[in-house]
Design a protein around this ligand. Structure first.
Ligand code: ATP
Ligand code: MG
Length: 327
């Protein structure tokens, strides 16, 4: 039996070419090695104000994009958090086993509560819901960026305290630090990484961009005045980034890309990047449009909901029983 791994998928449709390389591709790797649960954390999303129609639309879009980009629902249990009622139910049981003091230490809450005018209790108890997401499935691994490791620690603490008091019911989760793959950089300020929330519209290429946008953005990407193509992140971050994008999207190594473009002009490199991105993203977009014209997203999410609900019910019933709830 493969170890279980659980990870969330932010409901945002504006995924960049960086998110594909560093996020979507990783999921396909996990699926080969772990029993992988991938959910859209819409209950987490509403800890801050959301436009309901937009939230619903984005959940569909993001699932469609992941499917179009090669995530295989035969290997990954893909579902929407709110459709599986056990997440919120277990969260309540765990909230009653978490102290106010523990939650007050969470740095994400401190930062987010400063940045929002409306600070909901949900924002405060967010890490307990995350513990429930994980513990419900006895997930051994949770891939996390640095910003979430404190929450996984809390999930461990909650599990440990619970086990000490009631016996071994929860499996201890571990952070899985993602392998460092290619980092795609901002096209206008290549000192920074590319982000879906960048303010400059020319900074990022989105997976669903049209060929004309890809061309415009790549051709106006910031380079340098050296005039020589080599991989030098320090002195030529813009060129290094174009080489990285070329390599990641054409399936070669960065070294091979450098060899290919040695002696060429910046314009040639940019045109080649436009060509590979146009081809690859064109294929994604075509597949996305094909998927969205069918009931594929609903079919996948229905199956994911049913499968994960059955798994979650077992753990939930066990915990509920231990606490003396129900008859
Ligand atoms: P935001 O600006 O909202 O933080 P983001 O583009 O940084 O958006 P995240 O939601 O923080 O995206 O991360 C989603 C996934 O994409 C993570 O696995 C992260 O490691 C990966 N990722 C994000 N940006 C890049 C990038 N520029 N290059 C490679 N991987 C990336
Ligand atoms: Mg980020």
């Amino acid at each position: 039996m493969k170890d279980r791994l659980l990870t969330g998928l932010q409901p945002s449709g504006n995924l960049t070419i960086g998110n594909y390389v560093g996020g979507i591709k990783q999921i396909t790797d996990y699926a080969d090695n772990y029993d992988t649960y991938l959910f859209v954390p819409d209950l987490h999303a509403i800890t801050v104000r959301q436009d309901p129609a937009l939230l619903r639309k984005r959940v569909r879009e993001v699932v469609g994009i992941y499917l179009a980009c090669g995530v295989d629902p035969e290997k990954v249990h893909l579902y929407v958090q709110s459709e599986n009622l056990y997440h919120a139910n277990l969260s309540w049981l765990l909230e009653c086993h978490t102290t106010y003091g523990e939650l007050q230490k969470m740095t994400q809450f401190k930062t987010k509560s400063r940045n929002h005018d409306y600070v909901s209790c949900g924002l405060f108890t967010y890490p307990v819901l995350m513990a429930a997401d994980i513990l419900l499935y006895s997930a051994k691994y949770v891939p996390t960026g640095a910003d979430q490791t404190q929450h996984v620690e809390l999930a461990r603490d909650i599990a440990q305290k619970f086990n000490n008091r009631y016996g071994e019911h929860f499996v201890m989760p571990n952070c899985l630090i993602p392998k460092i793959g290619a980092r795609i950089r901002d096209l206008q300020e290549p000192e920074k990484k590319m982000s879906k929330s960048a303010e400059n519209p020319k900074a990022s290429i989105f997976l669903m961009d049209e060929p004309k946008d890809i061309k415009k953005k790549i051709m106006s990407a910031v380079t340098d005045s050296e005039g020589v193509i080599r991989y030098d992140e320090q002195n030529q971050p813009g060129i290094a980034n174009l080489l990285t994008i070329y390599a990641a999207y054409s399936g070669c190594t960065v070294d091979e890309a450098v060899q290919k473009f040695t002696g060429a002009g910046y314009g040639d490199l940019k045109k080649a990047v436009v060509a590979v991105l146009t081809e690859k993203l064109g294929a994604f977009r075509e597949e996305y449009e094909r998927i969205m014209a069918t009931s594929r997203v609903d079919d996948v999410l229905d199956a994911g909901r049913d499968y994960t609900t059955a798994v979650a019910k077992e753990k939930y019933d066990e915990i509920r029983n231990v606490l003396g709830l129900g008859r």
